[in-house]
Design a binder for this molecule. Structure first.
Ligand code: GLN
Length: 591
């Protein structure tokens, strides 16, 4: 019989005369990195990413090095060309990768910057396999889903293991068990688990327990069938996490245990939770972290001291969620449909800022297509602050400019993000500098005053995929400005970008002379990255997307500033301290 440690050697390599094919990166050591596979049954939208990131956080708190990866079934190479209103926001990583919004959940939960190695689509897998085929790398063999495509998936995971030196890789498989497009990922996981040997991996199946109103009781059949389907693919789950709107009854857990060969204590109830930040504690209370540690035989790598420290910090934060908080309303200009997912990072960033300030943000979504200078007040009178978020195209742009005019003239706190930065420049150019025809060439290609125009490097590019100015960039901060105060008097800082247009440098002088302050710019180019309007309590815009780097324990200063200013505006009778001082105080604790 082949022993575990020899398994990898026996299947590895690429050879013309063996049926085995499993390319292993050079220097890869089996047993160093363990794997947790998270997959969903019954339906999508169970919160696999949230579950997996919370579990990863519990293991990270124990002093283990973790690395997540999302395997996504679609054929796109990245998420850059996806419509956020269909697929949720496009999340941008520091290295410029445009990816699924789940990577944002991982970065926030783990407070860890991820890279393109953490996001893998079928498009990437197939294009790599096809390239290798053209190179003749498959030594005359017919190239097949098994073992070549599954081999490519395993290679990706092992590369990630080597690159990160992780103790555990959390592999989230997109879609639902039974989807044709994800089936080969599950097959690859089955092969990998076998090759790595016993106690090297752990399969977690997320499932859903139905509770039809007409019956008033929980039904487990759909969950059972979903798990059976997984077992038909040769995967025996080790843990079953039962999502449901209410706590899952012991009867249902017992039934699932009987049908799935999973011990009762590893069939867990995971009811809906008001905040995702309290889920780690819920999982820990159920002992999920130690079940995983035991299954992976990794207990000897755990530091309980590290865990105690991390848990104390985290519960300080979650205690604030439960404490009484002051209500404020922030208006966000955006389409009504599927807004939660398409603006996920903004919603999260607002939440982080609000929790630390003892505030509770209610969001008012503002559709701007019908807003003009004369009716803006009707839409904005009941909000305490405004965000104009990122966007593309022309729809609602004039309405956004009208909202910004109202905001600027009525001392309403303002945060403009990317497109919202550009619209603030246009508003100022038109209404303060008197450039009545100021526009963006994205909106009016032949406008007389192209104050916002394509970046020089963009003029040469054709096609839409992955070619914007993307990813993390340094920003030089001008001393004695609002940004400088907010960011703790830093000279430079880093934010993430995703844009094609910028302020045309020829207009900078005119704008500055009229009172607009460009407090952040690119170090070597005249690319304006942060703007502010003096004599206004809080008016700031950035060409970047600050929401992408806001973390629960490191809220983003721009959002903290906006919410602090909104609180001050809403509760004038409380004589609150200066909002910028309040914001910098919060941010300084976490720098
Ligand atoms: N459409 C604008 C640009 O490409 C803004 C992009 C954005 O908001 N992400 O520059």
């Amino acid at each position: 019989m082949v022993k575990d440690k020899d398994l990898l050697a026996s299947v590895s390599g690429v050879s013309a005369d063996s049926e085995f094919f499993s390319p292993i990166p050079e220097g890869y050591k089996a047993g160093k990195t363990k794997y947790v596979f998270v997959m969903g049954t019954v339906m999508s939208g169970l919160g696999k990413g949230i579950f997996s990131s919370c579990l990863a956080k519990l293991m990270q708190d124990k002093g283990l090095k973790v690395a997540p990866i999302k395997l996504e079934g679609y054929l796109n190479i990245d998420s850059g060309t996806l419509n956020p209103f269909r697929h949720g926001e496009v999340f941008v990583l520091d290295d410029g990768m445009e990816c699924d919004m789940d990577l944002g959940t991982y970065e926030r939960m783990l407070d860890q910057d991820l890279s393109k190695a953490n996001f893998c689509t079928s498009g990437q897998i197939f294009s790599s396999v096809l390239n290798k085929e053209r190179h003749g790398d498959y030594l005359g063999r017919d190239v097949q889903m098994i073992p070549h495509v599954t081999g490519e998936v395993k290679l990706r995971l092992r590369h990630l293991a080597m690159q990160t030196g992780a103790d555990i890789i959390f592999v989230e498989i997109g879609g639902t068990v039974g989807d044709l497009e994800n089936a080969y990922f599950i097959e690859a996981m089955r092969e990998l688990a076998y090759e790595e040997g016993t106690q090297s991996s752990c399969f977690v199946a997320l499932t859903y327990i139905l509770e039809p109103k007409t019956l008033g009781e929980q039904k487990s059949k759909a969950a059972q069938l979903g798990i059976k389907q997984l077992m038909q693919l040769g995967v025996q789950p080790d843990i079953i996490a039962c999502r449901a709107s209410n706590p899952v009854t012991d009867t249902v857990r017992q039934k699932i245990s009987v049908y799935s060969n999973v011990p009762f204590e590893r069939v867990m109830s995971l009811p809906d939770s008001a905040s995702i930040y309290t889920i780690p504690a819920m999982l820990r209370d159920k002992g999920l972290d130690f079940e995983v540690a035991r299954l992976l035989k990794i207990e000897d790598r755990i530091s309980l001291r590290h865990e105690r420290k991390c848990c104390a910090k985290w519960s300080d934060f979650t205690d604030k969620i439960e404490a009484p908080r002051r209500d404020v309303t922030i208006g966000i200009t955006g389409k009504y449909t599927s807004v939660r997912d398409s603006y996920a990072s903004i919603i999260n960033a607002l939440e982080h800022a609000a929790i630390h300030l003892g505030a509770n943000v209610n969001i008012k979504w503002i559709e701007t297509t019908d807003i003009t200078d004369s009716n803006a007040a009707d839409h904005l009178a009941d909000v305490d602050g405004i965000i104009v978020p990122g966007g593309f195209g022309t729809r609602g742009a004039e309405g956004k400019i009208a909202c910004i005019k109202y905001t600027r003239e009525n001392n309403l706190p303002y945060l403009g993000i990317c497109f919202g930065f550009q619209m603030a420049v246009l508003e100022f150019a038109r209404n303060v500098c008197g450039l009545k025809n100021a526009n963006s060439t994205e909106i009016e290609p032949d406008c007389a005053e192209p104050v916002i125009d394509t970046l020089p490097e963009q003029k040469k590019i054709e096609g839409l995929g992955g070619n914007m100015r993307l990813g993390g960039r340094d920003i030089e901060i001008k001393p004695d400005t609002l940004a400088w105060r907010l960011f703790g008097k830093a000279d430079t800082l880093r934010m993430r970008f995703r844009h094609r247009y910028e302020v045309d440098p020829r207009y900078i002088e005119t704008l500055e002379k009229a009172g607009m302050v460009f407090s952040g710019k690119a170090p070597e180019y005249p690319i304006m990255q942060i703007l502010e309007v003096r004599s206004h309590p809080f008016f700031i815009g950035t060409q970047a997307h600050p929401c992408l780097t806001s973390r629960p324990l490191r809220p983003h200063p721009m959002f903290v500033g906006l919410v602090a200013a909104a609180v001050q505006k809403r509760y004038p009778e409380e004589n609150l301290p200066d909002c910028i001082a309040a914001a910098t105080k919060v941010c300084s604790q976490y720098r």
